[in-house]
Ligand binder design. Structure first.
Ligand code: AMP
Length: 281
């Protein structure tokens, strides 16, 4: 496994692989790897000759007062996990490599960023789409794998790739959960024991809605109220949003006609957690 820290070196490796007719699968991450990230690597390994994993805590996708400084980082642990998982290259750039003096270009996707995390975290998706564009140009992969855990991010990246005619495929991989249902996240390390217990209410609420839909309930106002009540029963939870949206447009739905996605963002203590689940009538 090679560790690459500069964009030109990454571009050279990628060009050499392509020159040998090898396909490149790319997994962008912010590091502090867990089994969710490794599932994306496994997926990439199934379909690519070479797997590139990037580790970069991107400052531009964090808002003021968010956890950029505290975000967990442990490169040597990540390096060992990536090697075990069969990663071929880690792209591990510095801030000055990604945002050198004078950098002033932003890639901005509109409309599907209006709702959900786009509304709660102004500027977040501009940071995501800008860094993903830069990483795609550095790695030049045939495809990139993203987790459904960040459902809106997947939709935004797909839109960007289509709108800007980027020549790569976006693959979405399922959410990996702890045995009790909590969606894996690097931020779960922030949770105290009591917060970790309350964090389970996210998965319980999504499961409740799924059951109620299976019983025939299609009104989203009722489903949202029931999910809100359940999540609100925790003493450490504070809801950012509880929504049921169209799977493609991410607009709020009044009723579930066919398929929908339940989308949650909830603070457990000071830690903001997201989760989602696909529903069908
Ligand atoms: P992050 O390091 O949190 O920015 O995540 C990097 C990639 O891993 C993104 O595509 C995430 O959607 C994905 N990911 C994070 N957590 C999970 C999970 N629990 N299951 C599947 N994919 C995940």
């Amino acid at each position: 496994m090679k560790i690459i820290t500069t964009v030109p070196d990454m571009q050279r490796e990628s060009a050499a692989l392509r020159g040998q007719g090898r396909t490149i699968g790319f997994v962008p991450t912010m590091g502090y790897l867990h089994a969710g990230h490794i599932s994306l690597v496994d997926r990439a390994r199934q379909e690519a000759d070479a797997v590139v994993l990037s580790i970069y805590v991107n400052p531009t996708q964090f808002g003021p007062g968010e956890d950029f400084q505290q975000y967990p980082r442990d490169f040597s642990r990540d390096e060992a996990m990536a090697a075990d998982a069969g990663v071929d290259f880690i792209f591990y750039p510095s801030d000055t490599e990604m945002y050198p003096e004078g950098h002033c270009t932003v890639v901005s996707v509109h409309e599907i960023t209006d709702n959900l995390c786009g509304a709660s975290r102004p500027g977040h998706f501009d940071g995501v789409t800008t860094i993903c564009t830069k990483l795609f140009h550095a790695v030049n992969p045939h495809f990139a794998v993203f987790g459904q855990k960040d459902y809106q991010q997947c939709a935004v990246i797909r839109r960007m790739v289509q709108d800007l005619n980027m020549d790569l495929e976006i693959v979405t991989a399922p959410i990996v959960r702890e045995p009790d249902g909590l969606a894996m996240s690097s931020r779960n390390v922030y949770l105290s024991g009591a917060e970790r217990k309350d964090a389970l209410l996210l998965y319980s609420a999504l499961g409740l809605a799924k059951r109620r839909i299976a019983e025939g309930e299609t009104g989203t106002a009722i489903l949202i109220r029931e999910m809100t009540d359940l999540i609100g029963s925790g003493s450490h939870t504070r809801i950012d949003y509880v929504k049921i949206v169209h799977p493609d447009t991410l607009r709020d739905l009044e009723a579930i006609d066919d398929t929908a996605v339940g989308m949650l963002a909830v603070f457990a203590g000071r830690t903001r957690l997201i989760d989602n689940m696909l529903f069908s009538k």
